[in-house]
Design a protein around this ligand. Sequence first.
Ligand code: ADE
Length: 250
Amino acid sequence: MHTQKMKKQKMRIDIIAVIPEILEGPLNQSIVHRARDKGIVEIEVHNLRDHTDDNYRSVDDYAYGGGAGMVLKPAPLYRAITHLTGQRNYDEIIYVTPDGERFDQSLANQLSLKENLMILCGHYKGIDQRIRDHLVTREISIGDYVLSGGELAAAVITDAVVRLIPGVLGDESSALSDSFQDHLLAPPVYTRPEVFNGWKVPQVLLSGNQKEIELWRLEQAMEKTRRLRPDLWEKIEEESPPPKEKNDAQ
Ligand code: ADE
């Protein structure tokens, strides 16, 4: 039985964006929406243009040294960030950028334990390097491709993190059986009917033998990981090498 009392965790995520509208859909649907409704996570999206001081509300400028593409100016970002840091302490000030560390389930797990996160979304060629050098504490990429702006990356990170906060998913074990949670891809899943279009559900899943079902799921997950993600499989083998033979010195 689960008797240990869990500390009620509440997280706050502030996102600074050039196009806040992009975040409206992802943050107001499904699990993230429910987590916000339950008061488990508070998410505020801030428009970078609200921190400009010119009539055009301009956030970008030409790059020193020339070259194609604009750069987000330091002043509006500085004002937006310090406005927020003046209100609370942030565990991380994250800049989402294709040249950051790669986001994965392990990083999502780490971030889900934090209390206050800030996420800065870049645009165009990126943000002035001085903001990265002096204010940003972590730089994260969601993959080796370039998006038009950081908003979609911020939405991906927020979604992956929020669903891991205890109490967000109805069934606590649900996040634990996700792909990657144990470094393996998830096994196949089936629902009713037993036969669809002549295609059958694997017999073992109908057997009621929980031990055999768990074994089948593990085998499937291992086979799938080996076949589709040899890179992940190699990591698993490195982390848990087969037990060593006892030698004479022991
Ligand atoms: N901004 C643009 N592309 C991105 C990526 N791949 N990851 C994070 N932020 C980005």
